[in-house]
Every structure is written in structure tokens, then in C-alpha cells.
Write a protein that binds this ligand. Sequence first.
Ligand code: PHE
Length: 339
Amino acid sequence: MRGTRVVQMDVEQLEQEARSALEQAKSLEQLEELRVRYLGRSSELKLALREVRDRETGMRLNALRQSLEVALGEKRSALEHGELQRKLLTENVDVTLPGEHFVEGHLHLITQIRREVEDIFLGLGYMIVDGREVETTHYNFDGLNMPLWHPTRLPSHSLFLNDDVLLRTETSPSQIRVMEAQAPPVYMISPGRVYRRDTTDATHSPVFHQVEGLAVDRGISLADLKGTLLHLMRALFGEKRELRFRTHFFPFTEPSIEPDVSCHMCDGAGCPVCKQSGWIEMGGAGIVDPNVLEFVGYDPEEVSGFAFGLGLERIALLRHRVPDIRLLWENDLRFSRQF
Ligand code: PHE
């Protein structure tokens, strides 16, 4: 009986109400709400239609449904059009305006130099190996042929975590780990941070970066070391560089040398950068000590090798004439942006 009552009482009122509501709708969302209210599955009209008994009422209600649907459709087009106009007006893009400028960062100078050195050695067929910053005395000292009395084993020189574990003092333990893990030949470099109990000043930092190099194969000699380092120095400091070796001592190389590169500022004539000597010290190197080869299970009668260690900060400071190592880590953008 409910349907009949609705039909009898409300059809005209419903039509008026629905039409004026549709007319006033301000947005597509509002319109959708009205559609649900007046034409949805459980709207008064649909419920009434479902319960219709006589033909006349049915036709009236259907006519109302149709006319409301038409009105709704028209209103929807109008709203959509209005919305489009609004978007065209407010969201237009002037493609002739200059774009927004993004401030672009760049890699830290030390990272740039590390990558440059890596590229140079990749070009020579070397692999690049990550070492460990936290090392054991086994790899940091024993494997490198350092006797128990060696001064870097003292807590006054190195940063120990406990009796057997320390922050590595050099990248050389990477040599041992690589050789232990694979049979010769080996051609690798291993860049990374090292730690020493040094007081900071213009040329010292308790944390700095080295790059280790190691080549082990049949018949490797000092000449190979010299050719390789010369190639590196010319790539870093220019084609005119020359190299010289001074004798030195490291427990894990024999003979040991310190390579000097001819000064890139004065071409060897003498200037403040090379302290008037024409030559600049670049690090440590030598022929891998047979004890080290034996330690990792290589046969020193079969293979020989060279190794070297260079400071990345040193390369950066020399190249760019940076007067103080501390500038590298102060994070002053006025400094960092220059490179
Ligand atoms: N590890 C040495 C240092 O830090 C450098 C070096 C590396 C010397 C490899 C010889 C061979 O002083």
C-alpha cells in the first residue's frame, strides 16, 4: 500500500523538490548525491515504481523518471563544461615561462677522486674491492707480517675496540682478504677509510682515505709497479709527470719504496707545493713480501706481486692546492661547491 500512498500524495511534490535541487547543484559531487537520492535503487521513486499496480500510475511515474534523468543529464553537462572552463582558466600552463630551477648537488671532492682512480684501474682490468673498516689484528697486523712489537699495534697509535679488533689503520688488510679468497692472478684496488690516533692539523686527520692496490701474477716486478703508478699519476696530474722511487721499509713489502711524482705545479723546477724539491711524495709501495704470500697460501716461487697505498685526501689537496685537510670535512658549502 505504501507505493500507492506515495503515488497519490507525493508525485508532484517530489518532482518539484527534485527539479529545484538539481537546478541548485553546484558540483558534480553534489549532483551524484542527488542522483542517488531521487533516482537511485532505493529512492522513493524507484521503490514506488517497483510496487506499481495500475497502468496509469506506472506511466506517470515512468514519465517522471525519464524527465528527471534528462534534467540530471543536462545539469551534468552544464557542470562538466563549467568545470572544464574553470580548469582551463586556472590550471593553464605558460610553456614560455622559464622552468623552475632545482639546486643540484654534486659528489664530494674525495668521492670524485675515488671514482676517478677506480675508473683508471677499471681501464687496466683491475677489480674494485670493498674492505672492512673494522678489522681484526689478524688481518690488520699478523697477515701483513707485522711483528708483535710493531708500534702501530699500540693503543696510543691505533683505535682498538677490544684486544683483537680495531679500526683499520690502512687499507692493506684488504690485500690479505682478497688473496685468501681467490687464487692468483689478482689485480685489484680497494679504496676506503682508515683510522689513526692522530691529532688533527692542516695535514693530518684521524680519519682519512686510502686506495690500496695489489697485483699478483707470474713474473711481476718493480718495473710493473713503476709503469702502473706512472700511468696513474699521469692520468691524475697530467701527461708530463715523471716518477721516482726512494727506498723505504714496510713489513709487508720487500723491497719497499716510496714513489715521488714530479711536481705538477712547477714541472719539477721547485715551488712551494713541492717544497722547492720538484718532487712530491705520493704514498708507499713495494714488492709483496714472500711471508705475506705464504700467509695466504700462495707459493712465492710461483708468483710475485706488487702493492701500493695512496692517500686520496693527499691527491685532492695537491691537485686543487687546498691548503688544509680540515677544509675537506668542515662541510662549508662555499668550499665544497668549488669542485
Ligand atoms: N699501507 C701503507 C701505509 O699506510 C702503504 C703501503 C701499501 C705500502 C702497500 C706498501 C704497500 O703507509
